[in-house]
Design a protein around this ligand. Structure first.
Ligand SMILES: [Zn+2]
Ligand SMILES: [Zn+2]
Length: 278
């Protein structure tokens, strides 16, 4: 069976496999069309493109942008150009903001008397530093027993070492992607745990900003595929899907997984591919 998988993470963000390792596994899982959608970076796309060529898989370059205007919402962008200067500087700024925030939280912890080697923590985190890295350092230092205790006592929203993030609205990410010729798609809509009456007006506003698709076939929508599929088609949105594979943790999807329930997977995925390649 030919399967698409349009939502995948690599070591360029928080996945465990490099693009080349991932492509090898995709081939074994009979995936024929795939997209790499790392969080807020296009760093894995060149290697993925090379690996796809080598193994004869169709590849759609992508990215997943984290936003939190109205709610915590992720926007997928398909058909991004990995050398797009505007997008590159946008992601660079996001990375700077993220690092600045983690350093500020680290400083707060140090002032509270914890001994932390921030430079080492930054170096160990590679591309995408986040609160979990500070939490793990607190565990390693013996200050707390678990990562979740670190969040409950110090790092969670409103806790003593917390520093809020710069908030970016989903519509901003959508119009940016659109203006760069990419296809903006709302990722895992089922994770926005709002009633439909609240989601519908938002969806309308996002469509006005340029939203073109809905990620119906995502593991978190399991059980609700028919509802989201109907909604997407009613609203004139492209239907997309992917496993959101990060690692072998069962909380994330496994390679090629969502396609089992996605009857029109090939038509839908190739429709997206054609539009994103224009
Ligand atoms: Zn996501
Ligand atoms: Zn994802």
């Amino acid at each position: 069976m030919r399967r698409p998988d349009l939502h995948l993470h690599t070591t360029a963000s928080d996945g465990i496999f490099s693009p080349a390792q991932l492509v090898q596994r995709l081939q074994r899982a009979d995936v024929t069309l795939f997209s790499i959608t790392d969080h807020d970076t296009m760093g894995g796309l060149e290697a993925a493109e090379e690996a796809a060529l080598l193994r004869g898989l169709a590849f759609l370059p992508g990215v997943e942008i984290s936003t939190e205007g109205e709610a915590e919402v992720h926007i997928l962008g398909y058909g991004v150009a990995r050398d797009d200067a505007v997008l590159l500087s946008f992601f660079e700024q996001m990375a700077k903001d993220r690092i600045g925030r983690i350093l500020a939280m680290g400083d707060k912890l140090k002032r509270m008397g914890f001994s932390l080697d921030l430079e080492r923590i930054m170096a160990s985190a590679g591309g995408s530093i986040g609160r979990p890295h500070l939490a793990r350092a607190l565990v390693a230092g013996g200050y707390v027993k678990t990562v979740s205790e670190a969040f409950d006592r110090y790092l969670g929203d409103g806790k003593p070492a917390y520093v809020p993030r710069e908030k970016m609205a989903a519509s901003y990410a959508i119009s940016l992607l659109k203006s760069r010729g990419a296809v903006p798609v709302l990722a895992h809509p089922g994770l926005i745990q709002w009633p439909m009456e609240r989601i519908l007006p938002l969806l309308k506003a996002w469509q006005e900003a340029g939203l073109m698709g809905l990620e119906v076939y995502h593991p978190s929508n399991r059980g609700d595929y028919a509802k989201w599929d109907r909604l997407a088609r009613q609203q004139g949105l492209l239907v997309t899907g992917g496993s959101d594979f990060h690692d072998e943790d069962p909380r994330h999807g496994q390679l090629g997984e969502t396609v089992q329930a996605w009857e029109s997977a090939c038509e839908d995925a190739w429709a997206l591919y054609r539009i994103a390649h224009r």
